[in-house]
Ligand binder design. Structure first.
Ligand SMILES: Nc1nc2c(ncn2[C@@H]2O[C@H](COP(=O)(O)OP(=O)(O)O)[C@@H](O)[C@H]2O)c(=O)[nH]1
Ligand SMILES: [Mg+2]
Length: 251
């Protein structure tokens, strides 16, 4: 993988895409991201998806140096895959790491605004977060039940963790390298999607500047969601665990 060498005008950006059965989405999404500019590269982290997502990426990567696959065959999970992706992106020398879902719910057109927000004048921003809950953001495309779940989860997390953010469930984020290093991303423990809150909590506790950028979240058109009630409840308990660890000075 070779995103253009970092320079003052164009930092190297690696977009990490955790995938599970995203064969219908992954290549068009990777293409749209690579088209954002020569300083962009894409790292797909696939957990040996039964639909062969990883094979498609491996084939495409053979002729596209800015596309890379991390093919994992054990330790499946959104959190574990996300962590592995961050670690690999840092090893590859990224100045900036973007994480987003690989189902087009997070649209490539918002990525440049997230990257630009890291350079907000007059303020140090270490994390730019794609938010449904600030001006310019929306979530109108999804069904009522999903929106209600998101709303309740958001309230619960904000109260429990006290993070200064309107959309605590957003996994569409843009990180400075220094932020990931400071919060020791390699030491995160969440195996599932709760890694989103774990990273957010650790960033807020480190008093790193967080900026929210409005994004339009749209429902996936192709493939299926992996979210289940079991994953959701596990996420809630992980948030409790984070609060408990912080209280005991173990975080
Ligand atoms: N590598 C990997 N990616 C996953 C796993 N579970 C979900 N994903 C990816 O994580 C992103 C969010 O998952 P999704 O099913 O859309 O969850 P939802 O948006 O909450 O319905 C998508 O890009 C999925 O392909 C997993 O176990 N391993
Ligand atoms: Mg999704």
């Amino acid at each position: 993988m070779s995103p253009a060498a970092s320079s003052k005008s164009a930092p190297s950006v690696i977009v990490t895409l955790p995938t599970w059965n995203e064969s219908l989405n992954v290549l068009p999404l990777a293409r749209a991201l690579l088209d954002l500019g020569p300083n962009y590269a894409v790292l797909v982290i696939d957990d040996n998806s039964p639909d062969g997502t990883w094979k498609l990426v491996a084939e495409a990567a053979a002729s596209e140096p800015r596309l890379q696959l991390l093919h994992r065959t054990s330790d499946k999970g959104r959190g574990a895959a996300g962590r592995a992706g961050f670690v690999r992106a840092l090893e590859l020398g990224a100045d900036i790491v973007v994480e987003m879902d690989a189902d087009f719910s997070h649209q490539p057109r918002f990525v440049p605004a997230l990257v630009a927000r890291l350079d907000e004048p007059g303020r140090e921003v270490g994390l730019a977060l794609g938010s449904r809950a600030v001006s310019g953001g929306s979530d109108d495309d999804r069904g009522g039940v999903r929106r209600l779940i998101t709303l309740c989860a958001n309230l619960y997390i904000r109260v429990l963790l006290g993070v200064p953010v309107q959309d605590c469930n957003s996994g569409f984020r843009c990180w400075r390298r220094s932020t990931l290093e400071r919060i020791r991303v390699q030491d995160t423990f969440s195996k599932g999607p709760a890694i989103v809150q774990e990273l957010l909590f650790k960033t807020a506790r480190a008093r790193i500047g967080i900026a929210e950028v409005g994004i339009e979240f749209i429902e996936r058109q192709r493939g299926e969601s992996t979210l289940t009630w079991r994953i959701l409840i596990k996420g809630y308990t992980t948030v409790l665990r984070l609060r408990w660890m912080a209280l005991r000075g173990k975080l």
